[in-house]
Ligand binder design. Sequence first.
Ligand code: ADP
Ligand code: MG
Length: 238
Amino acid sequence: MTQLALRSIRKSYGALEVIRGVDLDVAEGEFVVFVGPSGCGKSTMLRMIAGLEDVTDGTIGIAGRDVTTTAPAKREIAMVFQSYALFPHMTVAENIGFGLKLSGLAKEEISRRVGDVATTLQIGPLLERFPRELSGGQRQRVAIGRAIIRQPKIFLFDEPLSNLDAGLRVQMRLEIARLHARLGATMIYVTHDQTEAMTLADRIVVFNKGKIEQVGAPMELYERPANTFVAGFIGAPS
Ligand code: ADP
Ligand code: MG
């Protein structure tokens, strides 16, 4: 089943055309990775899917419903950024549960679900700590926890690991793969890290100047790149 349908998406900022006609179907449970040079529109595309930015033209469908003008909170999407943006004055448990508190869920139910999420991410012992007492990797796990707890249909990750050191990046990459296997959720993941793209993706989408150059399974792009741009981008050492 198609979980996300992008149809003829365009985005302009004044005279600057940033997204120039993007069509893409993402299947339920699929892990899709967006790659492409800096400034080609990857983050803008994610923000439009999340509803944090209006499309200039085109439509966005989620699970068969047109959400092009639907408010972010009603799209059943969660986004994880590279800057963790945790609330500094709240504990880990409060950070993770915050979104549910807003939705008016009972305290006991919130704390049960926070416990479940903490188990999944192996941060149970950290629940009473404050963000300043955590390492970068632990903070990123909390940020992911905040996304998971809302049980979204689609996860959007915008270079979530790029602020971490190399060793931690490998560890977190494996954790994200595990998370995907466990939740079976649809994930769209932006990265400039070749290894992340090649190992995480069911399909890679190569963007260039606001358009899709090629979409395919990692090996397909590697073995049969559509043009020299894709070949250069997929083949280049990161
Ligand atoms: P990427 O994530 O692929 O690096 P972005 O989506 O962040 O690219 O940006 C695509 C283009 O849109 C860039 O030229 C950027 O400067 C421009 N852009 C992004 N956000 C805005 C904005 N709010 N106003 C004007 N231009 C923007
Ligand atoms: Mg970006």
